[in-house]
Design a protein. Structure first.
Length: 135
């Protein structure tokens, strides 16, 4: 299998659920998989997107040490699809429900958070205006 496919155990870790839960989702067709030549399940990373928001219900304090309280409530959980670091700045792309959000942050922040492709992260959107466009 090429890039973009992960083992069920890795999917369980990324989603914060147990390995038996992932196996049940596979058997119940709640999550799509591809079988290897040897009959092993591999999960496309894009399949995890639909579960990221629902599997992280534990309070952030219990998931993250040194948690800082924030007032922003527009937090969207997604999967890092790309990280480009150039000098002092970095571009990070998150896939959230199949859509991409791009953020420009400092290179130091990328290093401090250990952001890498495939990791789970949240986009915190702080804005005084939100525009709606008819799709």
């Amino acid at each position: 299998m090429g890039l973009g496919f992960i083992k069920p155990k890795e999917a369980a870790i990324r989603l914060g659920v147990s390995y038996p839960t992932i196996k049940q989702w596979i058997y119940q067709n709640k999550i799509r998989t591809v079988k290897t030549g040897g009959g092993h399940h591999r999960i496309p990373e894009s399949e995890l997107d639909q579960f990221l928001h629902s599997t992280r219900h534990k309070p952030v304090e219990s998931r993250r040490k040194n948690f800082r309280s924030i007032s922003g409530r527009n937090q969207l959980v997604g999967r890092v699809t790309d990280v480009k670091v150039s000098g002092l700045m970095a571009q990070v792309k998150l896939s959230i429900g199949g859509q991409i959000i791009t953020s420009i942050i400092t290179a130091d922040a990328v290093r401090e958070m250990g952001l890498k492709k495939g990791e789970t992260a949240s986009a915190l959107i702080k804005s005084t205006e939100v525009m709606i466009v008819r799709a």
